[in-house]
Ligand binder design. Structure first.
Ligand code: SME
Length: 161
């Protein structure tokens, strides 16, 4: 069954409304996506550090790589491009960083504060080509809602240009 992203967005807004703590909202957002989207084995945040390294933030799923070197992996590529990346088969993305060998496909949405990337939201699936065009726009929609509500309270200063 495919997710109704319109409904999910309403639920995300309810879940995050009223809480001003960025980490609390990021943790609940990751857990929400992990549990509400079918066929997902990991969902979570990486935040950009000065120098461009991405460091693990709140997530749901198996323990993951804590630090992704600047510009590396699907996450680093999406952060640099400032655009969502969908990888239908992670085996064909040569710079893919495998944190969980069960992952087959992946979507990474950059987090923007004004025009600066301050992190990424990453979702992995054990199925190949799990993220269709409607999932891409739907997950972008959820991340936009997160960013609108929680992003202004982020504790990190945007370190990249
Ligand atoms: N696969 C990601 C690394 C993060 S894990 O999937 C949680 C990448 O290539 O950037």
């Amino acid at each position: 069954m495919s997710a109704s992203y319109e409904l999910l967005e309403r639920q995300v807004r309810e879940l995050l409304a009223g809480e001003t703590d960025f980490i609390a909202n990021a943790a609940n957002f990751a857990s929400f996506v992990y549990h509400e989207l079918p066929d997902v084995n990991w969902a979570g945040f990486y935040f950009l550090q000065p120098g461009g390294e991405l460091v693990l933030g709140p997530f749901s799923g198996r323990p993951a790589c804590t630090r992704l070197p600047s510009g590396r992996g699907v996450c680093g590529a999406a952060a640099i491009a400032k655009e969502t990346l969908v990888v239908d088969d992670v085996a064909t993305f040569t710079d893919h960083i495998a944190c969980d060998s069960a992952s087959r496909s992946e979507i990474v949405v950059p987090l923007l504060a004004r025009d600066d990337v301050y992190g990424v939201f990453d979702v992995d699936s054990p199925l190949p080509a799990r993220f269709a065009a409607r999932d891409r726009s739907g997950i972008e929609r959820l991340v936009r809602a997160f960013n609108e509500i929680a992003g202004t309270a982020k504790p990190l200063e945007s370190p990249v240009s």
